[in-house]
Ligand binder design. Sequence first.
Ligand SMILES: Cc1cc2nc3c(=O)[nH]c(=O)nc-3n(C[C@H](O)[C@H](O)[C@H](O)COP(=O)(O)OP(=O)(O)OC[C@H]3O[C@@H](n4cnc5c(N)ncnc54)[C@H](O)[C@@H]3O)c2cc1C
Length: 373
Amino acid sequence: MYDAVIIGGGPAGASAGIYLADKGKNVCIIDKSTFPRQKTCGGLLTIKTLELMESSPIGKLDSSLVLNRINRVSLENKGEKIAEMRCKNDFYLVDRLTFDNSLIEKYKAKGGHIIEGRAVTKIKDKSVVLNDGTEIECRYIIGADGCKGITGRLVNREPFVCAFGIEAEIPQRYVDSSALLLEVGYFKDGYLWHFPKGEYATVGFAFTYDKYFDYVGWFKSYIKKLGVTENVKLKGAFLPYGMGSRTVTRGKNILLAGDAAGFTDTVTGEGTYYALLSGLMAAESIMSQDPLATYNKKTRQIIVSVEKSYELVNKFYGNRDGLLKRLKGKTRFLSWFCDVQVSRNIYDFSISRLSAAYMKYKLFGNFGKNNSL
Ligand SMILES: Cc1cc2nc3c(=O)[nH]c(=O)nc-3n(C[C@H](O)[C@H](O)[C@H](O)COP(=O)(O)OP(=O)(O)OC[C@H]3O[C@@H](n4cnc5c(N)ncnc54)[C@H](O)[C@@H]3O)c2cc1C
């Protein structure tokens, strides 16, 4: 019998696996794909993600995985430049195929078991059943099977609120390679991005899922406007979007981590950080006296972060044009916001805190001691 079975070997599952294997636990990751596997994702990692990795058994991000480091961000509204920020911290751009694979390799090197190419189809009290009928016994189950996985559905019976994103890798020459582009004007929420990665750039967009929207048609016409003539492969995927109040444990032994738990920052769509963080928290909790209570307590800070980010997004898109008019050219404020956003471990911007910081900025030209809110 395994101490823990982890369903899904993305960042959430792999980080939990690395932690448990590092502590000598008998652990098994099960993934329906075979690694290295592709994951639709912009592949942008923030400084807090790198710091988290370094301070945990996951270890330092291997520099050979970093395709680009960039600290300039261009913010646009329907093609009109709002500001160009230069942030203190670089953004790190990776390919999720190699990034996720490197985590799985670390996990295996620590002695973790993996079953690849087979899906979990049923979850029982002390075991999981695979699509070939194999039953695997375990004490704890970590559900890290992504936004639309079976564990999320088992723990939360409410339908998932998700964004849907579509992206493609296009040759670098069609975009500005010196800055990340964030275009916030085209959709009801969410944004469109250009993430330059050297020979190519990942270009994509995501917003709250709308079944009537022609994602492929819109994207094709957008990249045509950029001048792209090559045939590029389009990839699409769901991501959690403001599902902060969801339950993250069930029964006596199921813990959800990463997208399965709804952990993405709604402002940026950043999910890799929360996946790694919650995976580590789930693993740590399993080693405590009362794993589910410990995990519920630990993840509270993530849930509050997700809720706050969702609140901020709703306020922003509720008065987008007015706010963007006021933010136009406010490079210093926006650079600071960007830096705080990517470096803080826990997202704690309430609208009132942000407004107070902005007022301080307007009155005194700074944000107070340590640039804090
Ligand atoms: C278009 C788009 C762009 C994004 N861009 C960024 C970005 O730039 N930066 C960022 O930080 N985040 C980004 N995200 C979010 C990020 O990709 C996710 O938050 C992150 O991958 C979550 O990791 P995870 O381990 O929870 O899930 P995943 O990475 O989705 O891994 C889940 C794993 O579970 C496996 N699985 C599923 N069901 C089963 C089953 N029944 N049995 C066995 N295995 C199963 C899957 O094969 C998969 O390997 C983006 C998301 C999208 C959709």
